[in-house]
Design a protein around this ligand. Structure first.
Ligand code: C5P
Length: 270
């Protein structure tokens, strides 16, 4: 895949006009734009998606559906009818039938023959093991139980996330959203072709903002991520223009691909 197509710009904190102007400016340099709860709640998601389509780029509709299978199927049917939406997501916690219903509706109602990719949200990265206990997920389940006294909470969380990724794959979803720290394990378990969409990406030397566990674009690409969701480092770059920031990230992804195929290649200097 072309490196720029692997960049998803998160249109966070932007009003309709600002979102459209970001799309106008960045569409030659990135592949997708993520429309989240703000634009959806303002009932502007469709307008943004149509604007993006007119500029030759797709939209990731970050609606994180989680409801009974029939209701999610209905929502997925509407999304599939929006030709400009190329990707949307559902919570894996909704279960097998719900995920299956979302994927089937996306395929059956596709306006382009294929339909949008359906991506699973595993465990939100705002959760840790104590907070999973708070919401009464069974920490005694074999997947969740600590294996040996040295296994860290992060390792257990990774195992849980990988197991949800496998559930998503079994239900026919196209991939999952995963934090950079989980990408490698998911790639190993779910194999090639299963899409991994990763937020928490920060080019070297840029502000972390409120992201805690980050990877550079190069690291995320090398770990096996297909798409990188990047908001503030592109929309509000500390130096240079938004276009400069997007181009630098695409270059880093390209070089990661080079270092993948040419050991010790140029990317090692990044
Ligand atoms: O500005 P920044 O690059 O941090 O934006 C990352 C985007 O990815 C935001 O839209 C955020 O909501 C989303 N996201 C995330 N972490 C997750 C899931 C989604 O940062 N675990």
């Amino acid at each position: 895949m072309d490196p720029k197509s692997r960049i998803i710009v998160a249109l966070d904190g932007l009003k309709l006009e600002e979102a459209c102007s970001a799309i106008e400016e960045l569409s030659p340099y990135v592949g997708l734009f993520k429309v989240g709860f703000e634009l959806i709640t303002r009932q502007q998601a469709r307008l943004v998606a149509e604007f993006a389509a007119n500029h030759g780029v797709g939209v990731f509709y970050d609606g994180k559906f989680h409801d009974i299978p029939q209701t999610v199927e209905n929502a997925a049917t509407v999304i599939a009818g929006m030709s400009s939406v190329t990707m949307f997501n559902v919570h894996c916690l909704g279960g097998h039938k719900m995920m299956e219903a979302a994927k089937e509706a996306a395929v059956q109602n596709a306006v382009d023959g294929k339909g949008p990719s359906v991506i699973g949200v595993t465990i939100l990265t705002s959760h840790d093991l104590p907070s999973l206990r708070d919401i009464k997920l069974d920490l005694n389940h074999p997947i969740m139980k600590r294996r040996g006294e040295h296994e860290t909470d992060e390792e257990i969380m990774r195992r849980i996330v990988v197991s949800y990724a496998c559930d998503a794959k079994a239900a026919g979803l196209d991939g999952v959203v995963a934090s950079p720290r989980e990408v490698k394990a998911i790639r190993e378990e779910c194999g090639p072709g299963f899409l991994i969409v990763t937020p928490g990406v920060r080019p070297k030397g840029t502000a972390l903002n409120d992201q805690k566990r980050v990877m550079t674009p190069k690291e995320a690409a090398l770990a096996g991520a297909d798409y990188l969701v990047i908001g503030r480092p592109i929309l509000s770059p500390e130096t240079g223009t938004r276009i400069d920031a997007a181009k630098r990230i695409a270059e880093e992804i390209y070089l990661a691909g080079m270092s993948d195929s040419i050991p010790g290649g140029q990317a090692s200097s990044l």
